[in-house]
Design a protein around this ligand. Structure first.
Ligand code: ZN
Length: 300
């Protein structure tokens, strides 16, 4: 537990103010002080209580994913503007020596990089579906998965971070069961956010697809109510989605060939953006833990 005073924390000769986010030399990339991390821990415990009745299987995942998986699942086509692809240096020592002066001089050296077989993870649930490839699940599955994600956000707006923690519950089941599960989580996630003293607005939404898909696929998401967002104030006058409940129909199961008890599998996920929820709690209640709602002060 955090039991040092904030003034005890020193980083690079400057006091590390636990109440604030520490910015870096690039936008959307932040570090988090001790009070912020204490709040994220409390949110994790609270979400743990919220999801407990699901009896979910926990899955730990890395912050990178197979590039081929993202290609197969349609992410690259739909969101090329948000994807971070990892490039590595394929050359040898000799060619590298020619590049060193460019690195030292702050000139371009990245043209000699080549795309690797991995990309930054855009949503933690993308690690779940490939594990089911070619299987017929004997019973419905719920997975509780948490990890760091990357989105290539272009603005420096608070809450619009490029690297952030996402906790997701993923359900694999028949169409009607997945549909009612999604709706129940719209309600449960809303109630939970209200229990944190946050004013929540619940909206049908669509993902930020690239180009023409924004109009076409985005419209389908809206009319079929495939995506719901829970929106709260994360900074003065700034509302953002802090959680979402998403239904993918049989998109992933068709591509990867998985079923539930011999029937077509449908999937849905409920996602919580931990930094954004933490920002909203601080915006509403301040950064002193003593002022946070009881739900965030209770022990596990
Ligand atoms: Zn998801």
């Amino acid at each position: 537990m955090f039991d040092r005073s904030e003034s005890d924390m020193i980083l690079d000769g400057k006091p590390l103010d636990g109440r604030t986010i520490l910015t870096t030399d690039v936008h959307g990339l932040a570090l988090f002080g001790p009070v912020f991390e204490k709040l994220v821990d409390a949110l994790q415990i609270s979400i743990g209580r919220l999801v407990e009745p699901e009896g979910a299987t926990r899955l730990g995942v890395p912050p990178i994913i197979s590039r081929r998986v993202l290609e197969r699942l349609g992410y690259v086509e739909a969101f090329p503007h948000l994807l971070g692809t990892l490039y590595t240096y394929p050359g040898d020592e000799h060619t590298w020596q020619e590049l060193v002066p460019a690195v030292r001089g702050g000139q371009s050296w990245t043209t000699s990089l080549a795309p690797s077989d991995v990309a930054m993870l855009p949503a933690v649930c993308y690690h779940v579906y490939p594990q089911l490839t070619g299987t017929d699940l004997a019973r419905p599955l719920v997975v509780d998965v948490c990890g760091y994600c990357y989105r290539h956000e272009k603005t420096a707006e608070p809450g619009r971070m490029r690297a952030f923690r996402m906790r997701e519950l993923v359900r694999v089941d028949t169409e009607s069961a997945v549909r009612s599960w999604q709706q129940s989580w719209v309600d449960r996630a809303g109630e939970w956010l209200r229990s944190l003293g946050l004013a929540v607005s619940v909206r049908p939404a669509n993902d930020p697809f690239f180009g023409a898909a924004r109009r076409l696929v985005g419209a389908v998401q809206l009319t079929e109510q495939l995506k719901w967002e829970l929106v709260v104030e994360v900074d003065q006058g700034l509302d953002q989605a802090v959680a979402s409940c998403n239904r993918h129909k049989d998109h992933f199961s068709t591509e990867l060939g998985f079923t539930v008890a011999g029937k077509i599998a449908h999937t849905a996920c409920t996602a919580f953006g931990l930094e954004r929820i933490a920002l909203a709690v601080i915006q509403q209640h301040g950064s002193h833990p003593g002022h946070w709602p009881d739900e965030l002060r209770a022990q596990p």
